[in-house]
Design a protein around this ligand. Sequence first.
Ligand code: HEC
Length: 251
Amino acid sequence: MKQLLTVILAMCMPVVASAAGGGGNLDSMEPDLSDQSSLQRGAQIFTNNCMGCHSAEYSRYKRVAKDLGIPKELYEQNLIFTDARFGELMKIGMPEEQAASWFGTAPPDLTLTARVNGPDWLYSYLRAFYKDESRPHGVNNAVFDNVGMPHVMVNQGGLCAEPPHIGQESKVDPSTGEVVGDDICDDWAIEGSMEPEEFDRAMYDLTNFLVYLGEPALMDRKRIGVYVLIFIGVFFIFAYLLNREYWKDIH
Ligand code: HEC
């Protein structure tokens, strides 16, 4: 019995040892793929603000609509702006070469960006734009230095006059007694239509959606994982009873 328990414990070990990736000076975000309304809001922000330049051409509209629980008609009317059909890949019309000459770099496809850069990086990057007149678009980014992307969410999120506080825990300044690093931005060059917390929430939803986009099967995997664990639990009972039956006459 002891041996059996040891084996079972050993089998559980890899589940406990999950990767703990530290991300330097970044704000952290914990994706939640079970929060369907967050994913829906993220999809809306992505379509309205990002798909003018970025494709997500390894995903299909149909799959996204199904996974996010958005009815076909609603999706077609509100979240497809090109003449693409529901079953098609999420491509865009902007020719890559022209885009490269407009922006210096062609806007990359974003299907896998959350897997390449990680959710913390994305969430920080989207909130890290600040005013910099020396740059072609008049903005720079505290997480991606000299970025070629304009600050497309400036109307909603506003624009910081200096590099915003990303990845800084709020702490009390000993000389003044004031809390520092609490607000993302000390001084706004442009005020956004959203409150900073509201904008953070929107960028959380957008990042959450991009995490889903990079690994749509994660939702299914989590669901199936639960069934597998239940199965193992039930199986253990029978294995234990059988084990007891085998050894009954020997002891
Ligand atoms: C006006 C065009 C345009 C729009 C709209 C736009 N981007 Fe970009 N984006 C770019 C360009 C150009 C780059 C390449 C920047 C570079 O490499 O310097 C880029 C780069 C990025 C990157 C970095 C990818 C990497 O790994 O290098 C991310 C992430 C990103 N964009 C996300 C977004 C999101 C999310 C939105 C919507 C809120 C958005 N972009 C809207 C033009 C755009």
